[in-house]
Design a binder for this molecule. Structure first.
Ligand SMILES: [Zn+2]
Length: 749
């Protein structure tokens, strides 16, 4: 059989070489048609009825199904086809993807963006999971076609520019990069990299193959179930695995269901490509390390530090005036915490969930560079800027005779929330706040309305009468979350380095990226950090001390319905969206964030999208109590089972994954962290406010990774929006609290 070129199939379906203006005439599922055409030996082998089903392609004793996602749909087909046919499932992989956006009003489309990073082939296991029992069937073959595609999406969702939750209009393949044929155990062997250690955890495996997405556990589970790997013990709470299958040991499989004889075993190039890249990245990281060592930080003198501090101050007139006034009083003419803060908020470090990179946005590097430089200038040692993942680490060495004191860490994050823009932040200081409305902006550029920070809406403003408040111009957030924390830690560091008479042990500092998108600890190097315990400085109100948080899990339900003409639907139709409603109706009505507080847990519906054919539903589960948390997850499983029993196996696909756990469990052996924080606050004349967090923190993640880490206040309020503000006096107090902690732990030498 002659092998046709992939381009021929493309040309056939687009009628002509694709050009931008043709978007109007394209129909959905272009990708599907083109791939189908590529694999079909002739027109009359397409869309063939086989028993109760229609096969995409059928000829001789072969069936080929093209399937992108929704593999649960395949289950009944595979059950019917496999006893009689050799079945090949072709999975078109968007290996490299360009996004184009269509304005739903005008139909205009944007120029395509730069291509997304390469598709990680381990992602396919999320889909393979539902057909895992067929993977080793002797008649079953999987082919991954790795493609370059353009994806067109309509900006009809929500969030900035309607991009989140938007719907896909079409996908156009541009080029076939590789075909990977996977058959039998030997076929899956390519997913076990050569440098996989003898024993490994899911996390280690994930890291090794540079998998950035969620649910890598599913990959491991499929590989385990088909017998590529097996459990061999536990390390702490994580299962340990080892290879079970050895290459070459498999029994001869029956004749492969070759699609095209001319296609040789050209398999796995792209996978190797991925692994090579891992190598390259490792090499680059090593090089960077060496380079940093060579350019060893010179001990900077006090004079140099003061000079640079003076040089870098560049803020609005009022801001500088007020800041200097207070600063002179407090900090010996060195740059004040307020000056620093006003400088840091000028960097746009908004993180972004959508980019899939680490850090998620390049702006965070800008601030990281500045902080690393300043740390060197103020004389910190071991300053290390992780250029790859955007973390900054540094040490304040212990003072004389305090070497044996425990190593104390302070951590804050450099990124700002993706809910509101952090670009061109124009902070302003309201001196001696009088308790009245503060007009942030006479005219909102979007709505034209006045933007007012009012105690009517935010009554706690009245607690700040007489204080100086840093506010926004009503168009952006402020960034006190968490640049207040960054500025406070920097100021403490600078103070301690200049005042050796204040005794303390070794102190470690870290600034992290991407906290707001839940990835702040992803590449945090706890070992390198080397602290015995630490505090995150990422809370709000002065006095806040947080050491309890939720246990958290995420739930994804994909519900498959059956769409039939409504006039003829009796006994045939299955409405996926109504099944989603049914699921919700079986959850306890009051266990909802709308009706819960304090230590009450909940199920929170975060997204529901659906048609008759398919519904996608997301929930988050939260509970402080470990046992109740487990019960909530069990309930979800039980309902899913009930629905699948009722409507047929595979109707509801459930993916549930824990996100983080209540840190109290890990802090209990270190309650001195809480007691000493109270004491440090008392010394500063502040009473601690201790409430369980109804959320999570980076500290919770770090606590579970082995670095006990409660959370401290910063003096910032109304986070993640344009009404964000910070109290100048509370920020000074926070610096004092940090210094007190340094001294308290220094006494433990
Ligand atoms: Zn924060």
């Amino acid at each position: 059989m002659m092998k046709k070129s992939f381009q021929e199939s493309i040309d056939k379906y687009l009628g002509r070489k694709y050009d931008r203006s043709s978007i109007g005439i394209l129909k959905e599922k272009t990708l599907h048609s083109i791939v189908k055409d590529f694999f079909a030996p002739s027109e009359d082998s397409k869309e063939i009825r086989v028993g109760d089903f229609v096969a995409d392609i059928c000829y001789e004793d072969r069936i080929i199904e093209i399937q992108n996602g929704n593999f649960a749909h395949l289950v009944p087909k595979l059950e019917a086809f496999l006893p009689k046919y050799k079945v090949t499932v072709v999975y078109p992989i968007p290996y490299r993807k360009w996004m184009c956006w269509i304005d739903p009003e005008t139909g205009e489309q944007t120029a395509r963006n730069a291509p997304r990073g390469n598709f990680n082939l381990y992602k396919i296991f999320r889909d393979l999971y539902s057909i895992r029992k067929f993977l080793l069937h002797p008649g079953f073959t999987l082919i991954l076609t790795c493609l370059e595609i353009e994806e067109y999406r309509v900006q009809d969702g929500w969030g900035r520019g309607g991009k989140r939750g938007s719907h896909r209009y079409d996908r156009i393949p541009l080029r076939l990069l590789d075909e990977i044929e996977i058959k039998g155990l030997e076929g899956y062997n390519r997913f076990l990299p050569d440098d996989l250690p003898d024993e490994f955890t899911t996390k280690e495996f994930q890291k090794l193959v540079k998998y950035r997405g969620k649910y890598f556990g599913t990959t491991v589970r499929v590989l385990e179930e088909i017998g590529m790997i097996e459990r061999c013990g536990k390390r702490k709470q994580a299962y340990l695995f080892k290879k079970k299958y050895e290459s070459g040991s498999a029994k001869e499989m029956p004749d492969n269901t070759k699609i095209n004889n001319s296609k040789s075993a050209k398999t796995g190039n792209l996978l190797e490509d991925n692994n090579n890249k891992t190598e390259n990245i490792k090499m680059a990281a090593k090089k960077a390390k060496v380079a940093t060592k060579k350019a060893a930080p010179k001990k900077t003198t006090k004079v140099a530090a003061t000079k640079s501090a003076a040089k870098t101050t560049k803020t609005t007139k009022t801001a500088t005036k007020v800041a200097n006034k207070v600063a002179n009083k407090v900090a010996n003419k060195e740059e004040s915490v307020i000056d620093r803060f006003l400088r840091y908020v000028k960097y746009d470090t908004q993180s972004n969930e959508q980019t899939g990179t680490s850090p998620s946005t390049p702006g965070q590097h800008e601030l990281a560079k500045v902080l690393a430089k300043e740390l060197e200038e103020i004389g910190a040692s071991d300053v290390y800027y992780d250029k790859e993942h955007c973390y900054v680490y540094a040490t304040i060495p212990s003072t004389l005779g305090r070497k044996k004191a425990p190593v104390l860490g302070f951590i804050s994050h450099m990124d700002t929330s993706d809910a509101t823009s952090g670009k061109d932040v124009k902070p302003r200081i309201v001196e001696k706040y009088d308790g009245k409305d503060v007009i942030l902006n006479e005219k909102d550029p979007e709505t034209g309305a006045k933007v007012v920070l009012s105690p009517k809406t935010f009554p706690e403003l009245l607690n700040h009468k007489g204080e100086d408040l840093i506010v926004t111009d009503g168009t952006t957030l402020l960034g006190a979350d968490d640049k207040a924390g960054v500025a406070e830690i920097m100021t403490m560091a600078s103070y301690l380095l200049k005042h050796p008479e204040v005794k303390h042990g070794k102190i470690r500092i870290a600034f992290t990226p991407d906290e707001e998108i839940g990835e702040g600890t992803k590449f945090f190097d706890i070992k390198k950090f080397g602290a015995d315990f630490a505090y995150t400085v990422d809370g709000g109100k002065l006095g806040e001390l947080e050491y309890e948080c939720f246990n958290a899990a995420e739930v994804e339900l994909i519900i498959h319905g059956r769409s039939v003409h409504p006039g003829d639907a009796k006994g045939k139709m299955l409405n996926a969206t109504l099944i989603a409603y049914e699921f919700q109706s079986m959850l306890p009505a009051f266990d909802n964030p709308m009706y819960t507080e304090k230590k009450e847990g909940f199920f929170h519906l975060t997204l529901m999208k659906g048609t008759c054919e398919k519904a996608v539903v997301y929930y988050i589960i939260r509970d402080h109590d470990k046992k109740k948390f487990a019960e909530r997850k069990k309930l979800v499983e039980k309902i899913v089972k009930f629905l699948n029993d009722k409507y047929g196996a595979g109707t509801v696909e459930l993916t549930m994954e824990d996100s983080y756990y209540n840190m109290i469990e890990k802090l209990k052996p270190h309650m001195h962290l809480i007691e000493n924080a109270r004491k440090a606050m008392e010394m500063a004349g502040v009473t601690s406010i201790e409430n369980p967090i109804r959320g999570g923190t980076d500290g919770a993640m770090l606590s579970f990774k082995g670095l006990p880490c409660p959370n401290l206040c910063t003096g910032g309020y109304n986070y993640h929006g344009k009404y964000e503000y910070a109290s100048v006096q509370e920020m000074y107090k926070t610096v004092e609290i940090l210094k007190n902690l340094a001294e308290i732990y220094g006494e433990k030498a």
